[in-house]
Ligand binder design. Structure first.
Ligand code: SF4
Ligand code: SF4
Length: 255
């Protein structure tokens, strides 16, 4: 299992063809001989919405979740740190949420776990606010689920794995990630970088900042939006993205 699979350009990865309307064979269940193998020492990148889902599931705030369960490092984006799930100690380095029965946070498992064996690519949004998505089949040698008989279309798999809500939130992240890849930081921009990491990945810390500082007097929001950011992590995450985009590009955001 590799990083959550979102490709931010229109070019298909080498050697990969979108599944389109076609179908693929796959099944994953406790009867497959490799059951939970992919939950040991995976290189798992997390998206901001993955963190929201997992920290809520674990009844933790995002600051505590990030400190306990994640690592952060410069990886494929040279201008912004990636956040990865920290594996448990031990020779097999299992995912900390792996239990004898399988995934212990199944309903809230991150994007990469739920999308596999598919890999999703999306184009950047065009001027009319449209983007296209493609799905590719990802075949890993250790995964014997590909030898199972069950046949799926992409639409069936997306519905069965409850992927759509993740896709919608991850698409917003794609736009932020694309911006960070342009190296938008001012000279000596460490402070801005730290603020962006907090706004994107640490939703509870960002909420504290919004409500406990002069943020709302500097960026007055409508009463409706204030209610929404108070009530949901998703809306607070969107505000975080809007604000970071504003201070990096000057693009105003809706109050
Ligand atoms: S979150 Fe669940 S499915 Fe994903 S690696 Fe961990 S145990 Fe496996
Ligand atoms: S079938 Fe594939 S996805 Fe399922 S447990 Fe085995 S390696 Fe993981």
């Amino acid at each position: 299992m590799d990083k959550p699979s979102t490709i931010t350009n229109d070019i298909f990865p080498p050697g990969k063809t979108p599944i389109g309307e076609g179908s693929f064979r796959f099944d994953c269940h406790p009867g497959v001989p490799c059951f939970t193998r992919c939950c040991k020492n995976p290189d798992m990148y997390l998206y901001p919405y993955d963190i929201i889902r997992m920290k809520r599931r674990l009844h933790m705030d995002s600051d505590a979740f990030l400190a306990r369960h994640t690592l952060s490092a410069i990886r494929d984006n040279p201008f912004f740190p990636s956040v990865m799930l920290k594996m448990a100690e031990g020779p097999e380095k299992p995912c900390p949420f792996l239990t004898a029965e399988g995934c212990g946070i199944y309903e809230d498992r991150p994007s990469s776990c739920r999308t596999y064996p598919l890999e999703r690519g999306v184009t950047r949004m065009d001027r009319l606010g449209r983007r296209e998505e493609y799905y590719f089949l990802q075949k890993d040698a250790h995964c014997l689920g590909h030898r199972e008989e069950k046949e799926w279309t992409v639409a069936d798999w997306v519905a069965d794995q409850d992927i759509e809500a993740f896709n919608r939130m991850n698409d917003l992240w794609v736009d932020m990630d694309s911006l960070f890849r342009t190296n938008p930081w001012p000279k000596n921009g460490d402070k801005q970088l730290r603020m962006a990491v907090t706004a994107c990945f640490n939703v509870d810390k960002f909420r504290e900042f919004v409500f406990d500082s002069s943020f709302l007097s500097r960026f007055p929001l409508s009463a409706d939006r204030v209610d929404r950011i108070r009530e949901t992590d998703e809306e607070m995450m969107k505000l975080g993205f809007d604000w970071v985009r504003f201070f990096l590009t000057g693009r105003p955001f809706a109050p």
